[in-house]
Design a protein around this ligand. Structure first.
Ligand code: DGL
Length: 360
């Protein structure tokens, strides 16, 4: 009886293995992710007079369908669809475009059949748009912002490979929950830390000191780090009902600077002012009274630094407790402006706003 039982068990096992093998052979090919490309313009959509024109070209001339058509390899890695949301050089990106783009991103990501989004964008303000989206996108799905430093008509244009890598990343499970990413030059950078470091070269985007998150190599993203600051679904900001953002400007500091810019911004009615100080956010004695007066009029003042890296320490170069100022932590002035604008949609309380600068 035992012998018969063991023969029966072996036979049953064989049948199961055969069924599994047959199923595997007929299994459908791996399902490709659905990635939507939102095109906004920039050099990636730019054209030059000749194939060697890499400066002096026209940005924002090629449409999203042509960008997708120029990279047929995209079809092998994702089901790609495109929308032309704007067609502008990114130095002209503004609050209105950011709100419209963010609302479209959130609407698309709420759809179960959308797995990720790529935004093609001019590189001049890519870091700002990426950081704004990092604070207002309400999904863990990947959002990847991508650009190019050479126009589409140039020899060795970097746009096609950047777009391919961006779509790969946006369609990947590895990028889920990582926050908004900038993917260019085979590298993956976090929206919070990435910045443009060179006016013309293709390796311009870096996260100096704090470092990039990983690479796109061999047709897939490789992550080695993740941002420790809150982003996307973990932020307290909601732009769904906003049509405008509070006016916040940046006053740049340099040797011999006076209060003219600060006074002009206050007279123009700003709600917040970022001081791009020298060094650790130092306040020149000719500017300090103007900033104190701005604060007294209800303007929220954030001390940042033109240096771009390192912590702007509270009560370091100025007595922030006494002045009732906020410090930007490690955010550069252009990103401090973005966080301050969103903070002002929630509160005017400087202690609350300082908490936000230590959170995001
Ligand atoms: N006008 C610049 C912009 O649209 C061109 C730079 C670029 O896109 O690389 O940001």
């Amino acid at each position: 009886m035992t012998y018969l039982k063991s023969v029966r068990n072996v036979f049953a096992l064989f049948l199961c293995l055969f069924a599994l093998a047959a199923q595997a052979q007929t299994a459908a090919p791996a399902k490709l992710p659905n990635v939507v490309i939102l095109a906004t313009g920039g050099t990636i959509a730019g054209t030059g007079a000749t194939s060697t024109t890499t400066v002096g070209y026209t940005a924002a001339t090629v449409g999203v369908d042509a960008l997708i058509k120029a990279v047929p390899e995209l079809q092998k890695v994702a089901h790609v669809s495109g929308e032309q949301v704007f067609q502008i050089a990114s130095e002209n990106m503004g609050n209105e475009q950011w709100l419209s783009l963010a609302k479209r991103v959130n609407a698309l990501l709420a759809q179960p059949n959308v797995d990720g989004i790529v935004i093609t964008h001019g590189t001049d303000t890519i870091e700002e748009t990426a950081y704004f989206l990092n604070l207002v996108v309400k999904s863990r799905k990947p959002v990847v912002v991508v650009g190019a430093m050479r126009p589409s008509t140039a020899i060795s244009a970097d746009g096609p490979i950047n777009l391919y890598n961006a779509v790969l990343t946006a369609g990947s499970l590895e990028a889920v929950g990582k926050g908004v990413l900038v993917v260019m030059n085979d590298q993956i950078n976090a929206a919070r830390e990435v910045t443009k470091t060179n006016t013309v070269t293709t390796d311009t985007f870096k996260s100096p000191e704090l470092g990039m998150l990983g690479y796109v190599v061999g047709n897939q993203p490789h992550f080695y780090r993740a941002s420790t600051r809150k982003h996307t679904v973990d932020t307290e900001f909601d732009i769904s009902k906003l049509d405008t953002l509070p006016a916040v400007d940046i006053a740049y500091t340099y040797a011999n600077v006076g209060p003219t810019a600060v006074n002009a911004f206050v007279a123009a009615g700003v709600k917040g002012l970022v001081h791009a100080g020298v060094g650790d956010g130092s306040l020149p004695t000719k500017v300090r009274p103007a900033l104190s007066s701005a604060r007294a009029k209800g303007v929220i003042v954030v001390r940042s630094s033109r240096v771009g890296q390192g912590i702007v320490a509270r009560n370091g170069e100025a007595n922030d407790d006494e002045l009732d100022f906020v410090v930007s932590d490690t955010l550069n002035p252009q990103k401090a402006r973005i966080l301050l604008m969103l903070a002002l949609t929630k509160t005017n309380n400087t202690k609350e706003i300082q908490r936000m600068f230590y959170t995001y």
